[in-house]
Write a protein that binds this ligand. Structure first.
Ligand SMILES: [Zn+2]
Ligand SMILES: [Zn+2]
Ligand SMILES: [Zn+2]
Length: 124
């Protein structure tokens, strides 16, 4: 017998369609900020390029110096210098993706994406 969720409503279906639509839209904001302030998770959506500004404006992480800082990302309390926080968040929390410009499939590494483009989209 197939696994079937009896509580799956039309509303849920609409929500899923909406999520799929967002995921397929290259303009969507793929990252969610899980920076915790006073016990509240930020939950803002943003593009990777917007993150430094977001961290500065929303969370007061200003400057690139050697001030000790504890990462406030949800479930993370890594200690680092302030100058390292952007890279830390990019690498550990955002897992910055590289998107195929043709089919918008996402890859964790630029060269994997390049291989994909060469294999799937080049020639004929
Ligand atoms: Zn935030
Ligand atoms: Zn962290
Ligand atoms: Zn592709």
């Amino acid at each position: 017998m197939a696994c079937y969720n009896h509580n799956f409503s039309a509303e849920d279906a609409a929500k899923l369609c909406e999520l799929a639509r967002i995921a397929n839209n290259p303009q969507h904001r793929p990252y969610v900020c899980l920076w915790v302030t006073n016990g509240v998770v930020c939950n803002s959506h943003f593009q990777a390029s917007e993150f430094p500004e977001h961290l500065r404006a929303a969370h007061g992480v200003v400057g690139q110096d050697k001030t000790p800082l504890v990462c406030c990302w949800y479930n993370c309390s890594t200690e680092m210098k302030k100058e390292s926080v952007m890279r830390h968040v990019n690498e550990k929390h955002l897992e910055q993706r590289h998107m195929c410009p043709t089919c918008h499939e996402q890859f964790t590494r630029a060269h994997t994406m390049q291989n994909h483009v060469t294999k799937k989209h080049s020639g004929n």
